[in-house]
Design a protein around this ligand. Structure first.
Ligand code: FMN
Length: 122
């Protein structure tokens, strides 16, 4: 969790997407402690950390705190700048704060593709 002035300045060097949030959660996972799926081509690292991030986002909303999911960053540069151990890979940042008055979702927020474009029935 980054809240210090010094830490937030580092976040601003990594991404332009803090939008003045006073708290930024850095979600990372231990590359050396992931579940490797049968077939050994994929592991659960990104998936596990995404689940954690999603739940933190929902928990924030539950207590009235707004958030913004950030992937507009170079994960390696982020680890270096923040001094994370070599085994930890940054997945994303979660800005936490209160949205500015009048802020709202993007225009296409409510647009939906027909199910026939996103679901295959087998
Ligand atoms: C995988 C992913 C990555 C995102 N990365 C960024 C980002 O780097 N910067 C940003 O401002 N918003 C980012 N967002 C947030 C989106 O800009 C947007 O606020 C969010 O998807 C909610 O809006 P929507 O429901 O209209 O899609 C990201 C969202 C997702 C799902």
């Amino acid at each position: 969790m980054v809240q210090s002035e010094e830490g937030l300045a580092k976040i601003d060097k990594i991404t332009p997407c803090r939008y003045g949030a006073p708290t930024v959660l850095v979600v990372a996972f231990d590359k050396e402690n992931v579940f490797v799926y049968p077939g050994e081509k994929r592991d659960s690292g990104i998936e596990d950390a995404s689940i954690v991030a999603t739940h933190m986002m929902l928990a924030a909303k539950e207590v009235g705190v707004d958030s913004c999911w950030l992937n507009f960053l170079d994960p390696e540069k982020a680890s270096e700048e923040l001094g994370l151990p070599k085994n930890e890979e940054v997945l994303m940042f979660l800005d936490l704060g209160y949205a500015a008055e009048g802020a709202g979702p993007l225009a296409n927020h409510e647009s939906r593709k027909p199910l026939s474009e996103t679901v295959s029935y087998m």
